[in-house]
Design a binder for this molecule. Structure first.
Ligand code: 5GP
Ligand code: ZN
Length: 142
């Protein structure tokens, strides 16, 4: 769905009925400061059209988002003096998505900033890596 959703806060920001600290606007994309930043300068990049999450994005909308992301990243690093960034898009409540209008978080990072994800790598049992590769490759070729 790409029409504005009446109850969507990001559609309201796009429409201008809800204020936001905008940093970049193109024909298809808007970037603005997150109101609850994990670090100062935490920026959100969204398509102006309403799509729920990354898997539902048409290629051309994804391309428009992807085209501005590096520029936003450079600006956030330059403006904040960050030593790095996390760029991520939470997809689904299970992954922490709270606003159902797709968005990329651009989060400035510094050593010792206390931001941490519980990143615990698993290992594949014998044959499981190849079986998984086949399943995903099959979906992509279908
Ligand atoms: P999610 O949890 O869906 O990955 O991220 C949603 C983000 O949107 C959160 O980091 C939250 O702080 C931010 N957010 C929610 N409502 C508003 C709002 O009205 N204005 C702005 N600027 N950010 C918002
Ligand atoms: Zn929306």
């Amino acid at each position: 769905m790409s029409h504005p959703e009446a109850n969507c806060v990001f559609c309201k920001i796009v429409a201008g009925t809800l204020p936001a600290a905008r940093v970049l606007e193109t024909g298809e994309v808007l970037a603005f400061l997150d109101i609850g930043p994990l670090a100062p300068g935490h920026t959100l990049v969204i398509p102006k059209a309403h799509y729920t999450n990354l898997p539902t994005l048409p290629d051309e909308v994804a391309a428009a988002l992807g085209a501005v992301l590096p520029r936003v990243c450079r600006a956030v690093v330059a403006a904040t003096g960050a030593e790095g960034l996390n760029v991520l898009s939470n997809t689904g409540a299970v992954a922490g998505q709270s606003v159902e209008h797709v968005h990329w978080h651009v989060i400035p990072r510094r050593f010792q900033d206390g931001i941490a994800w519980p990143w615990r790598p698993l290992t594949y049992a014998d044959g499981e890596l190849e079986a998984m590769r086949r399943r995903i490759a099959c979906e992509l070729s279908g």
